[in-house]
Design a protein around this ligand. Structure first.
Ligand code: 13P
Length: 256
């Protein structure tokens, strides 16, 4: 049976006092759930603060990006080893906002994925199509290209122990969620694509959904057989909402 993951992506929304009140509210209501993993991915300057608040709790933490380089003359970059030093367990790679705003190519994303693995982090590899791509009917080609960059560049085994996140760009921050059937169809496609290289790996790979997940739609999404949890943006900034999503993951029906 695959584990489930609920991961908050705070994006560029954080401050010392705001983080403290959000995490204290989260900790006052959170309970660990068997087979479920909970984490928040925060801006790098707050790793030390977040570690001090979350250490020993059921909530893990991680970063939102990682350098493809381990050290050297790369001004502004943050290396995977630095995240690991601050206790990060996860790092998001290839988020659509970085692909679009920072111009990250599939090849760069694959290098970042490899850098995360080298540092012992769990990469959360984001893939997703734009609205224009969906309307043109090229969703699967786009997702295959994004996934194959890692499968071909790093080998299928690089996804062993990683998490894949399907985040349709048109559903991020728009309030427009993919239907559970749309999400399920894409997750099944991604799992099959990995399964073509390694059937057992495809079967055990956690694939989570992101894009306007809220307390009100999480249960339906998480009930889909290939949806193993969520990557949560806006709703992860509201403790009660994020906790309700977390509980929905714990209540979702079992699967193989
Ligand atoms: P929203 O939940 O705000 O739509 O963001 C999703 C996302 O991009 C998570 O990485």
């Amino acid at each position: 049976m695959r584990s489930r993951y609920v991961v908050g992506n705070w994006k560029l929304n954080a401050s010392l006092p705001g983080n403290e009140s959000l995490l204290k509210a989260l900790l006052s209501g959170v309970e660990s759930q068997p087979g479920c993993h909970l984490a928040v991915c925060v801006p790098a300057p707050y790793f030390a603060q977040v570690r001090s608040l979350l250490v020993g709790s059921p909530v893990a933490w991680g970063g939102q990006d990682v350098s493809r380089f381990d050290k050297g003359a790369y001004t502004g970059d943050v290396a995977g080893g630095m995240l690991a030093e601050f206790g990060c367990r996860y790092v998001i790679v290839g988020h659509s906002e970085r692909r679009a705003l920072a111009g990250e190519s599939d090849a760069v994303v694959a290098e970042k994925h490899a850098a995360a693995r080298r540092a012992g982090l769990v990469p959360i590899l984001c893939v997703g199509e734009t609205l224009e791509e969906r309307q043109r009917g090229v969703t699967e080609q786009v997702l295959a290209r994004q996934l194959d960059a890692v499968l071909d560049g790093q080998g299928p085994q690089s996804l062993d122990g990683a998490v894949v996140a399907y985040e349709p760009v048109w559903a991020i921050g728009t309030g427009r969620t993919a239907t559970s059937e749309q999400a399920q169809a894409v997750h099944a496609f991604l799992r099959a694509r990995v399964g073509e290289r390694d059937a057992a790996l495809g079967a055990r790979l956690p694939i989570i959904y992101g894009g306007s997940v809220k307390a009100g739609n999480a249960a339906e999404l998480f009930a889909m057989p290939d949806v193993d949890g969520g990557l949560i943006g806006g709703a992860s900034l509201v403790a009660d909402e994020f906790l309700a999503i977390w509980r929905a993951a714990g209540l979702a029906p079992g699967r193989n």
